[in-house]
Design a protein. Structure first.
Ligand SMILES: C[S@@+](CC[C@H](N)C(=O)[O-])C[C@H]1O[C@@H](n2cnc3c(N)ncnc32)[C@H](O)[C@@H]1O
Length: 239
């Protein structure tokens, strides 16, 4: 019998992945192809962090993993991605890029934003796997964060979700949901789209397995407490 290597543990079967999925803090996600649809809730994002596919091969492989055949070229995907970013108009855009798309994506960013800073980064915790994070804004404040220089991209996402000022962070290519997980752990709102329901289900599962009953600041840091033994300074309650 042929087995699918890309079932991601079959977690998606435990959840209804159809339509808009509402999560704590009025966060919302949807399984959809960003070239075909931009759910209106994505317009709520004032900050975007996106780690999009970076080449034709990479884009095709994500379609294969989603049991789909790639229906467009990488340039068409690239045009749609920046079209969506222009529709959302986030105050801050953080874009993860690789050697294959760095120059082209940097040019788009410079067309859209006055300030574009680049951080050296890497992925899978390995300095031999380089990538870059572009930090784009028209705001005069927070144009560069020293803390983001030369750290793993997953740590950069965690740092931003904790320390950057935002009301709602969005990700058009959520994948397994690092942006959503970290925003959630900071008690913040997030929105996102993702092509592959099997990958997005990992985020839904994470939130389901980590129900928080209160969150808030404690000594300047956001914390999630599983119970009310020690109420936090400005705690909020949900669920
Ligand atoms: C490099 S991964 C992002 C990883 C993500 N940061 C995470 O936490 O898992 C890129 C994601 O883009 C998704 N993707 C590819 N094409 C897409 C499209 N047209 N619309 C929405 N998502 C897409 C892929 O399925 C994949 O999950």
């Amino acid at each position: 019998m042929k087995t699918n290597n890309w079932e991601y543990g079959g977690i998606y079967k435990d959840f209804d992945m159809e339509g808009v999925i509402t999560l704590p803090n009025d966060s919302k996600v949807k399984v959809c192809d960003l070239t075909k649809e931009l759910p209106s809730f994505m317009l709520e994002a004032d900050t975007l962090f996106i780690d999009p596919p970076c080449s034709t091969g990479n884009l095709r492989s994500f379609h294969t993993k989603a049991d789909q055949i790639l229906p467009y070229t990488f340039s068409e995907f690239e045009e749609s991605l920046f079209g969506r970013i222009m529709e959302i108009k986030p105050k801050y855009l953080f874009l993860e890029v690789f050697k294959s798309n760095k120059d082209a994506f940097l040019k788009h960013c410079k067309d859209l934003y006055q300030s574009v800073e680049t951080y050296n980064s890497f992925y899978y915790n390995s300095r031999s796997k380089p990538c870059w994070i572009l930090h784009c804004t028209n705001e005069t404040e927070n144009r560069r964060y020293e803390a983001l220089e030369d750290i793993d991209e997953a740590k950069a996402i965690a740092w931003l979700c904790t320390n950057h000022e935002y009301n709602c962070i969005g990700d058009l290519c959520m994948g397994r949901g690092l942006v959503g997980q970290n925003a959630y752990m900071n008690g913040k709102k997030f929105v996102g789209t993702e092509l592959n329901k099997k990958r997005l289900a990992i985020l839904v599962d994470f939130i389901n397995k980590n129900p928080t009953r209160q969150f808030g600041r404690s000594k300047g840091r956001y914390e999630i407490k599983p119970d009310f033994d020690k109420p936090l300074e400005d705690f909020k309650e949900y669920q």
